[in-house]
Write a protein that binds this ligand. Structure first.
Ligand SMILES: NC(=O)c1ccc[n+]([C@@H]2O[C@H](COP(=O)([O-])OP(=O)(O)OC[C@H]3O[C@@H](n4cnc5c(N)ncnc54)[C@H](OP(=O)(O)O)[C@@H]3O)[C@@H](O)[C@H]2O)c1
Length: 393
């Protein structure tokens, strides 16, 4: 098998480090030709040295950081690396900041393996149009979407009746909802099954993560919203399911280990040996499922409404959520305010059919301003948008 040239965007994060782990175990299969982080010069430097990476960039290094000679700095440098000749670009930059590098990779005609659901949520139509234009493909890394991809392989799309995303329920799955207003970042960051970066972990606690994933699934698999459902599955062993019109349901099962979907996407769907130990089903039984309680997790309904309204509304959902989560992590927003403020922004969102990239960027900026003002955050304190730069979360 030929070596696959990989570019890692968000190389120093939770997904990025697990991608490095996979790549290090298959040195004859992968070569990292470019790597990007935000400001973690030491982390990026270590992996550049370890894997002999050709090109590296920091999007927003600290002002006093010692950036090695030859590294790029800023968003444009990140986009240049994303557009280098490669077989796959692994997108694992948190949030809307991943949009422009993802578009650069797609425009270059490179396959994009994305963990960053926010890009498809905010700009699904634009992203899909760019991919169609250049003939590039988008492969999922998110475990649920990787599971759906695996279940759908070899199946006739016309036979699919329903996609079912599973949700762990996050840190507050069993906590009294009446106490959630006072929930602290430390409590919300205690995810019961996955060890992930802070933004996605807070999204799991609100269940906004699953809402973003419903929209991500809509764009990845081109399926309408009424046929995408969510079930709570506390042990995160069944990663998602597909129902077919003959009454069959396929599920993808595995221990919660992101290296499996990462390896599958980087290898373009080929299963590499020994990536993770198989799930011990006897030890993990019984496997439980239950419907989502909309009163405990209103964020799922908010996201679904945003997806169904379409246009720029999902971009507004995403941007409002990014600002709220960042503020919550810094103690500037209560936990229950996250969904309230995002819901208000979604309700106030303008209708824009067939949005252009500029429409999406305007909507993103509008939502960031709106929530920044609502929380009375100091100007410049909100997490960075698709323009890049330093973000708080
Ligand atoms: N972690 C998981 O298991 C998991 C599972 C499914 C999906 N995801 C998705 O994967 C994405 C990444 O999540 P994560 O948990 O890996 O996040 P993370 O641990 O916070 O890492 C984020 C990475 O992105 C970089 N980054 C952050 N802001 C940036 C910016 N403005 N410009 C350029 N680079 C930036 C960070 O660089 P620095 O280190 O220099 O700050 C870091 O390399 C998210 O969209 C998340 O929803 C994650």
């Amino acid at each position: 098998m030929p070596t696959r040239r990989v570019i890692l965007l968000g190389a120093t994060g939770s997904i990025g480090r697990q991608a490095v782990d996979v790549i290090s175990r298959f040195p004859d299969r992968f070569e990292v030709v470019g790597a990007v982080a935000r400001r973690d010069a030491a982390g990026l430097g270590a992996l550049v040295e370890r894997l002999g990476v050709g090109r590296a960039a920091l999007v927003a290094p600290d002002p006093d950081a010692d950036v090695p000679t030859g590294w790029g700095v800023g968003l444009e440098a990140a986009c240049e690396i994303a557009a280098l000749p490669a077989d796959v670009v692994c997108v694992a930059i948190t949030g809307a900041a991943a949009l422009r590098p993802t578009l650069a990779a797609l425009d270059a005609g490179t396959t994009v393996a994305t963990a960053t659901k926010e890009v498809l949520v905010m700009a699904g139509e634009v992203v899909r149009a760019r991919a169609r234009r250049s003939g590039s493909r988008i492969l999922p890394i998110d475990s649920e979407h990787s599971a759906l991809w695996q279940c759908l392989r070899g199946e006739d799309p016309a036979s699919v009746t329903r996609l079912i995303l599973t949700a762990s329920g996050g840190a507050f799955r069993d906590r009294d909802p009446a106490t959630l207003a006072d929930a602290t970042p430390e409590e919300a960051l205690r995810h019961p099954t996955w060890n992930m970066g802070p933004k996605v972990t807070i999204d799991c606690a609100t269940m906004m993560n699953k809402g973003l994933e419903v929209i991500e699934a809509h764009f990845l698999f081109e399926i309408d919203y009424p046929r995408i459902d969510v079930l709570i599955h506390p042990s995160s062993v069944v990663h998602s399911l597909v129902e077919f019109h003959d009454g069959a349901t396929k599920a993808q099962i595995g221990a919660p280990d992101m290296r499996v979907p990462i390896a599958l996407a980087l290898a373009d769907g080929e299963r590499l040996p020994g990536v993770a130990a198989p799930a011990d089903l006897a030890a993990l039984s019984p496997l439980a499922f239950r419907p989502v309680d909309p009163l405990r997790f209103p964020a799922l309904g908010v996201a679904r409404r945003a997806g169904e309204r379409g246009g720029v509304v999902p971009a507004i959902l995403n941007a409002a959520n990014e600002v709220c989560v960042s503020a919550f992590l810094r103690g500037a927003c209560r936990f229950d305010q996250i969904t309230d403020l995002v819901g208000e922004a979604v309700e106030a969102a303008p209708a824009v059919a067939g949005p252009s990239l500029d429409d999406v960027l305007d909507a993103d900026a509008w939502a960031r301003r709106r929530v920044t003002e609502a929380l009375a955050l100091p100007a410049g304190a909100a997490v960075s948008g698709p323009g890049g730069g330093a973000g708080a979360a």
